[in-house]
Design a binder for this molecule. Structure first.
Ligand SMILES: *Cc1c(COP(=O)(O)O)cnc(C)c1O
Length: 463
């Protein structure tokens, strides 16, 4: 060891001394002895290694307390970090889909902090199961006889099939054997549920007679799957749920439907693309209809099944229901969300998903114009910043061909280099509250449809 390196080693403060230093007292108060000591051990090792390899001290040795706090902060950062979703997709699966209504937030908080009557009835009437109160509400909203709630719509599909068709055949159109993403494919779910898939029709066209011919002794169900994430155009034919329900009635075979998104309100009345409504399918005679809680409904992640009492009873008593059941927080949020639908006149204010989806292009453009000057001033050295019209997506498997006109702030590199866009996107992702945009067409776009906290965003972007 040279005398130079040994003098560097002797400059490393002992951990004991650091822990007694005044600068470390607030750190110890915030994070506790064991975490701080753990970090200090790592730092001591790193410092020794640097001395060994490059005969210098790391720069951070000037302030051990500061480095310790910075390491602790990055270690204790939550895995679920709040971000600005300016991606242009409202129901973004990777960003957690629907934002919850205030009423749902309040209901969850209460259910978390206090014992609740989850499976306990105060009047001794015997509620039966934890979905009871919600089921009554869902019946009121959809006209169904009963309902069942599980963890998500994928679980709903699995439970519907397992409880009503295990060991039997389920008839599905070839055009509806969809993959939803995350390895959820209808044929695979069928197999997991113990059902035998009987495909009918062709990819682009399926007729009522195809279903009729496929029904035999062993047929348990006719199934419709909403092709939510793609569209077949051109020479196509699909059998409507109403027609299929009539056929099922005639042949004595129940018809079930996986709606995916499913909306309890007629979205076309709000100027949005029409999505199928569970109540319309129930009215048409479909026996079971499933849809997601956190897609267009705007509630928590959940799978909702509404339909005929006898079939729902089979779902409720199937062993898988116990494995797939929703927890009290989900049920609390879902109930509060559904209650908002009892007062549809105020939904565009009370339900964040609908509030964001129904923002007008004019309103979003005004917002873009308002934010523009400050951003131009901040970024002019490297980028031209413009307010531009854009098209947002609903997301989460609502028809990808339906777009919502809005406005975005578009950042174009002055030198035309694409690497500048990636660098900017990366910089924004590293902000205390990361800003998520979208790169296309040689620009980085911040779609403002989902921007409600304007001041907070500007604080981030003007740093
Ligand atoms: C989204 C979707 C699912 C899965 O729903 P999750 O709530 O995400 O589990 C299933 N089927 C269809 C048609 C869907 O669109």
């Amino acid at each position: 060891m040279t005398s130079q390196t040994s003098s560097l080693y002797s400059q490393l403060p002992a951990t004991d001394r650091l822990l007694r230093a005044a600068a470390f007292q607030p750190v110890l108060d915030s994070y506790g002895h064991s975490q701080v000591v753990g970090i200090l051990r790592t730092l001591q090792d790193e410092a020794r290694q640097t001395i060994r390899e490059s005969q210098t001290l790391p720069d951070w040795c000037a302030d051990w307390a500061k480095e310790t706090v910075s390491r602790l902060q990055s270690r204790t950062q939550s895995a679920l970090r709040p971000v600005y979703n300016l991606s242009g997709t409202v129901l973004h699966t990777n960003l957690g889909r629907a934002l919850q209504a205030q009423a749902a937030v309040d209901a969850v908080t209460q259910a978390m902090q206090s014992p609740v009557t989850l499976e306990y009835d105060l009047d001794g009437a015997g509620r039966g199961h934890r979905d009871r109160a919600l089921a009554d509400l869902l019946c009121q909203l959809t006209g169904a006889e009963d309902a069942c709630i599980v963890n998500n719509n994928a679980a709903a599909v699995l439970l519907m099939l397992a409880a009503t068709a295990a060991g039997k055949e389920v008839v599905v159109s070839r055009g509806e054997l969809v993959e939803i993403g995350g390895a959820f494919r209808i044929p695979d779910v069928m197999r997991q549920a113990g059902c035998r898939l009987v495909e009918v029709g062709a990819t682009n066209r399926t007729h009522l007679k195809d279903y009729r011919q496929a029904v035999g002794e062993n047929t348990a169900l006719l199934m419709k799957v909403h092709t939510s994430n793609y569209a077949i155009e051109g020479f196509t034919k699909a059998v409507e749920e109403t027609e299929l329900a009539a056929l099922g009635e005639e042949l004595g075979v129940p018809v079930i439907a996986d709606l995916g998104s499913g909306s309890l309100i007629d979205l076309s009345e709000y100027g949005l693309p029409k999505e199928p409504m569970p109540q319309a399918l129930i009215a048409a005679g479909v026996s079971l209809v499933s849809f997601s809680g956190d897609k267009l409904l705007g509630g928590p992640q959940a799978g909702i099944i509404v339909g005929k009492r006898a079939l729902i009873e089979r779902l409720q008593t199937h062993p898988l229901k116990r494995a797939l059941r929703a927890d009290k927080m989900t049920l609390a949020a879902l109930e509060a969300t559904l209650r908002l639908y009892l007062h549809p006149e105020t939904l565009t204010e009370t339900l964040p998903t609908l509030r964001l989806l129904t923002r007008s292009a004019d309103a979003i453009n005004e917002q873009a114009q308002r934010l523009l000057p400050a951003l131009q001033a901040r970024y002019e050295a490297e980028f031209t910043v413009q307010a531009m019209p854009c098209l947002s997506q609903i997301g989460s498997g609502s028809l990808p061909v339906d777009r919502l006109p809005g406005a975005a702030l578009a950042f174009t590199p002055r030198d035309g280099r694409g690497s500048r866009l990636n660098a900017l996107a990366e910089r924004w992702r590293a902000l205390p509250k990361p800003v998520i945009g979208r790169i296309y067409d040689g620009r980085l776009w911040l779609d403002l449809r989902c921007l409600e906290d304007e001041a907070g965003l500007m604080e981030m972007l003007l740093q």
